[in-house]
Design a protein around this ligand. Structure first.
Ligand code: FAD
Length: 692
């Protein structure tokens, strides 16, 4: 294997982003209770400039739509700032003989609760999504035949992932932003959506735009601005601030709560991903793939500096211990059932228990794992077959983990170095954190939500089921972006919304904003944040004690009511966005707990990345030398895989219902002559349409 020169590594880790200078101009300024508020308008507003939003924007623009991108932080969010390093796709190279769309769709949705048409659409769409990125210059690795290099990842038995290194999603944002600049798409670069504007006078309720806080305009002290738009694409990423223990970058608030507040239907909120990563207080990053496949020594320390080889209390032999650490490379998300039978999620449980003791858990790349007492020392000659084969195939049988990492993935070392941590010298503290929201805004097969004209793509869309293969999030965002743009391009956009349709809502919001300053009774933002984040991490994390959920839900409901009633006390006009963010997240927190409570009451059990533990649990994980009976968990029932829990807020309380997942007709009944006309006449854009 040739040594990769430093400048190539630098180009893949230190990714400079293009400058965006086409700023959208307001068409008028209105006066609301003495505040001058700029009003913008366009056919389609894309809210958020992550990989999903930018894809939607460039595809819509190419299709002739007048599109504007408004983003809280142009290169903020998960795609640009976190370690999204892989995308799942249909490739010629998969299994060395290509892939099968139906099989890929099956695997995407195999955890249950995922609409089957969406899974098939993501499978088919992965081809175009991927080709478009290659066309824009994304440096995806190939062999000399042009087949994309691929590897095995989470929930993937075939090897469908590919990667441009740890900054894959940032590179995606870069090439898409360059294309947006080339297409001259206008932007609002520091502009946060705070309320969905609705036109209730129209023929049925529909979206009319979004109320924004734009930090680049000075017409009023708060930055309040209005965007009127016929279509709005919410592409604001996941609610990363919901949990204290979170591996999202900072300031990921998203717009899920804003959508909930507007009465938009949301689904599958019970489903999230949790896994090992470095902490948000330092540099949030997933420790998957080669980080664990090089077999670092994992240990903990207490306040006195004592060191514990704690995994040795859980696994029975050194070989079993290290082989399960290795498997976290492609079984990265915690999975309840893998706690049993000494499988790889027992590592996460062990880390959880260690953290509960107040200890710090670390990964050391300069030491090989220590032995399980009374068993043999670690040796590269004593590994499970899959582990030994992988290391041998990658010529990574060097003596120390850091040398193996240098051999297999030097970018992994480079990246931490860039963030001030030298893996060659210092052990890395880490824990198990919340990483992804699988649920979100309920959408149809064109990413259209329950609110007419409002679309959702990327992580804010609730398109994933209980599990998702690694890389499926980025793929879903790309495919969703393409699909919604195609749909918007054929919508009648001639009837632009008017300011009069949303006047009352704007007046109400202005009153709310103005009151924040003299609201002595109002809540403190930091206190509300701490309460929500602690409750979510402690009561709704990957280890969930069933008996705790009803009280957690009651407390979340109480907080949300109190926040709606008394609002916040905020004295600085440039901080008013906080009131909206935490009002919205108080709703999201209640919605997640409500969905969990409902699921538990229906007899729901452990699935995906959450173990529901109880004295009535039917499976007790076992360990070599400690008692794990407190973590006995309730098992999932198959019947729960076939529906999504859909929630809707009516301004006062949530309703919840179980909606059957959508299936789809067998593609074998679709033929060119029979079905061309449905494309030409637009029949395919009607979500109720089925091929006969
Ligand atoms: C550590 C980590 C590793 C991951 N690894 C992978 C991986 O390997 N493969 C994979 O497929 N997925 C991975 N994921 C998940 C994946 O990165 C995200 O799901 C995906 O990047 C989300 O893209 P997005 O465009 O929907 O949102 P984001 O990239 O988060 O972008 C959201 C955008 O919206 C803006 N925004 C937010 N709120 C508002 C608002 N109210 N108004 C206006 N703008 C707003 C933000 O500033 C940002 O520009 C990972 C996630 C994490 C945290």
């Amino acid at each position: 294997m040739p040594q990769v020169p430093q400048e190539i590594l630098d180009a893949l880790t230190r990714v400079d982003m293009p400058t965006v200078s086409n700023i959208h101009e307001a068409s008028e300024t209105i006066d609301v209770d003495g505040l001058k508020i700029p009003v913008h308008s366009c056919e389609c507003l894309v809210l958020g400039s992550g990989a999903a939003g930018l894809r939607a924007a460039v595809e819509a623009k190419r299709a002739g739509v007048d599109v504007v991108v408004a983003s809280m932080s142009l290169y903020g969010g998960t795609s640009a700032c976190s370690g999204s390093d892989k995308q799942t796709l249909h490739t010629a190279g998969t299994s060395n003989n290509g892939d099968n769309f139906k099989k890929l769709a099956h695997d995407i949705g195999s955890g249950g609760c995922m609409d089957q048409d969406t899974a098939y659409i993501e499978a088919i769409g992965s081809l175009g999504a991927f080709a478009g990125l290659q066309y824009l210059g994304l440096p995806l690795p190939q062999d000399r035949f042009g087949a994309v290099l691929r590897y095995q990842t989470d929930h993937d038995e075939v090897g469908r992932a590919t990667s441009c290194g740890p900054r894959t999603s940032r590179l995606m944002v870069k090439v898409l932003a360059e294309e947006a600049v080339r297409l001259n798409i206008p932007f609002l670069r520091k502009c946060e959506g705070i309320e969905i504007l609705k036109d209730k006078s129209a023929d049925g309720e529909r979206i009319a735009g979004v109320l924004l806080i734009d930090r680049e305009q000075e017409a009023n002290e708060y930055g309040l601005s209005i965007m009127l738009a016929t279509c709005v694409v919410l592409a604001t990423g996941g609610p990363g601030e919901l949990y204290r223990d979170s591996v999202y970058p900072k300031h990921c608030y998203g717009s899920l709560g804003m959508a909930v507040e507007a009465g938009v239907e949301v689904c599958n909120l019970t489903e999230s991903q949790f896994g090992i990563g470095t902490r948000r207080t330092e540099f949030p990053w997933n420790l998957s793939g080669t980080y664990v496949q090089v077999l670092p020594y994992i240990y903990s320390t207490d306040d006195e500096g004592n060191e514990y080889n704690f995994l040795a209390d859980y696994y029975r032999t050194t070989q079993e211990l290290v082989s399960n650490v290795f498997r976290k490379g492609y079984q990265w998300p915690f999975h309840a059932t893998r706690m049993a039978d000494y499988n790889s999620s027992l590592v996460d449980l062990a880390i959880f228990i260690e953290s509960q003791k107040g200890r710090t858990v670390l990964m050391d790349f300069n030491r090989n794992p220590l032995a399980v007492p009374d068993d043999q020392e670690f040796s590269l000659d004593r590994l499970d077959d899959d582990v030994a084969t992988y290391l041998k195939n990658n010529e990574a049988l060097q003596e120390l983990p850091i040398q193996r990492l240098d051999r297999m993935n030097p970018l992994a070392i480079e990246l931490y170095k860039m963030h001030g941590h030298d893996l060659r010298t210092d052990p890395l503290p880490f824990n198990v954190s919340n990483q992804h929201m699988n649920g979100g805004i309920a959408v149809d097969s064109w990413n259209h939500s329950s609110l007419n004209g409002c679309y959702a793509v990327g992580e804010v869309a609730g398109t994933h089921g209980v599990t998702r293969p690694g890389g499926a999030a980025l793929n879903a965002g790309q495919v969703g972006g393409m699909r919604c743009a195609q749909h918007i391009a054929q919508v009648d956009r001639s009837n632009a919304p008017t300011i009069s349709a949303v006047e009352a809502q704007i007046k109400h919001a202005v009153t709310y904003v103005k009151q924040l300053a003299d609201n002595a009774e109002g809540h403190d933002v930091a206190a509300v944040r701490d309460e929500i984040q602690a409750r979510m991490s402690d009561k709704a994390g990957f280890i969930c004690m069933i008996d705790d959920v009803p009280d957690a839900l009651a407390a979340a409901q109480q907080l949300r009511s109190a926040v709606l009633e008394k609002s916040f006390s905020i004295n600085k006009s440039n901080r008013v966005a906080d009131a909206f963010r935490w009002r919205h997240l108080s709703l999201v927190s209640e919605a997640v707990l409500m969905a969990m409570d409902h699921y538990i009451k229906q007899g729901g059990g452990s699935r995906g990345a959450r173990a529901y533990c109880s004295a009535n649990g039917t499976v007790a994980p076992q360990a070599r030398s400690c008692d794990l009976s407190a973590y006995s968990y309730v098992e999932e029932k198959d019947e729960h895989k076939s529906h999504k829990l859909v929630l809707q807020f009516d301004g006062d309380s949530f309703s919840i219902n179980e909606a059957a997942i959508r299936d789809h007709e067998d593609p074998a009944i679709i033929f060119f002559e029979k079905n061309w006309s449905h494309y030409l006449t637009g029949g395919i854009y009607n979500d109720d349409f089925k091929h006969q």
